[in-house]
Design a protein around this ligand. Structure first.
Ligand code: ZN
Length: 346
């Protein structure tokens, strides 16, 4: 009798705790209020497939020689990004003018030359010391056996998405709708040789990591994988609920309110054998308990091949996915409360 009594007491405690947890989650879900609904869409609409296409045809052209880390094509790529931000009057976070964070040869795998992250920045109007980082890697595979690996999707698509989002946030700021919190547009180098650019940034952060509210990382968002040829209105999201349930529900609500893209969580499963959560630059932030979302279209037949070219990109879809990320970022930098972290990596 006694044993049964104890067991049922435990059961009771267990179920109470469970109810409490699910109530807490429900409360988070219902507490999210989207800010500036009309304004965010006005500026999201300045992100266009035409401009994304123009930038991407340049960025993944043969002139950039596949952007291998430390090589001539990558140097050309960082100059291209710097010139773009200068022309758009978007400053760097280092004295306004230093767009490159140089990673010395000694930090990199043997045989790799020094290389650069590119940083552009929009200062928050109310809480400038809190910063959202939106990232994409600028490098790719270079030239092998005389063939140029253009890397239009990987990660030209993420690169041009950052360029367009930065322009939209800058326009908003110029017109009196600047973000409350700061935004760092971080083009990381040396991803293809082991996430070195994001690792270097997190070891030498320009803004304290404890003031970094979240990282939205983009790596390949211009194509459609085999699983979605019939219904291409999708994007994979990875990591959104791992450290902050609020981030997951913000992301869902922004999408359901404005875009209705099918958010596919297949690769977010903890036991997913692809382990994508650990495989792109966001992980270097997540391991410091900074909430992340990784946006990804999945692999396709041209993945890491010379045939990953700009003519194969779906520009309408790239535009839509970029707008989703833009509006999610808008919410994160403009909502009243700083995004809450409710979990940690063990
Ligand atoms: Zn990539």
């Amino acid at each position: 009798m006694k044993i049964v009594y104890i067991l049922s007491a435990f059961t009771l405690v267990g179920s109470c705790a469970e109810t409490k947890y699910s109530t807490k989650i429900e409360n988070i879900k219902h507490s999210i209020h989207l800010t500036d609904s009309t304004t965010v869409i006005n500026y999201a609409n300045t992100i266009t497939s035409e401009e994304l296409s123009t930038h991407l045809y340049t960025y993944s052209s043969n002139d950039f020689l596949g952007r291998a880390t430390g090589e001539k094509g990558q140097k050309k790529a960082v100059q291209f990004l710097k010139s773009y931000y200068q022309n758009e009057h978007i400053v760097s976070p280092i004295n306004d003018t230093i767009y490159f964070q140089t990673i010395p040869k000694s930090f990199l795998p043997d045989g790799t030359n020094a290389t650069e992250n590119v940083l552009a920045y929009i200062k928050g109007t109310e809480i400038p010391n809190e910063v959202l980082i939106i990232s994409a890697h600028l490098d790719h595979e270079g030239v092998k056996d005389g063939e140029i690996y253009n890397g239009a999707d990987d990660d030209g698509s993420g690169t041009v998405a950052l360029m367009e989002m930065a322009q939209a946030f800058k326009k908003a700021k110029n017109e009196g709708h600047g973000p409350k919190r700061s935004i760092l547009f971080l083009h990381v180098t040396a991803e293809e040789i082991g996430l070195q650019g994001s690792l270097y940034y997190t070891e030498h952060p320009v803004f304290k990591l404890e003031n970094t509210i979240a990282n939205l990382n983009i790596d390949m968002i211009g194509r459609i994988d085999k699983a979605h040829t019939e219904e291409p209105n999708y994007v994979y999201l990875i990591g959104a609920d791992r450290l902050s349930k609020e981030l997951h529900y913000i992301s869902e609500k922004v999408n359901n309110t404005y875009f209705n893209i099918n958010l596919d969580y297949k690769y977010n499963a903890e036991n997913d054998s692809n382990r994508f959560y650990y495989r792109s630059d966001h992980y270097n932030f997540a391991k410091h308990n900074i909430p992340v979302i990784f946006y990804f279209n999945g692999v396709h037949e041209d993945y890491h091949k010379p045939s990953d070219t700009p003519d194969k990109i779906d520009y309408e879809l790239l535009e839509k996915r970029t707008k989703l990320i833009f509006a999610t970022a808008w919410q994160l930098v403009n909502q009243e409360n700083r995004l809450t972290v409710d979990n940690t990596n063990e």
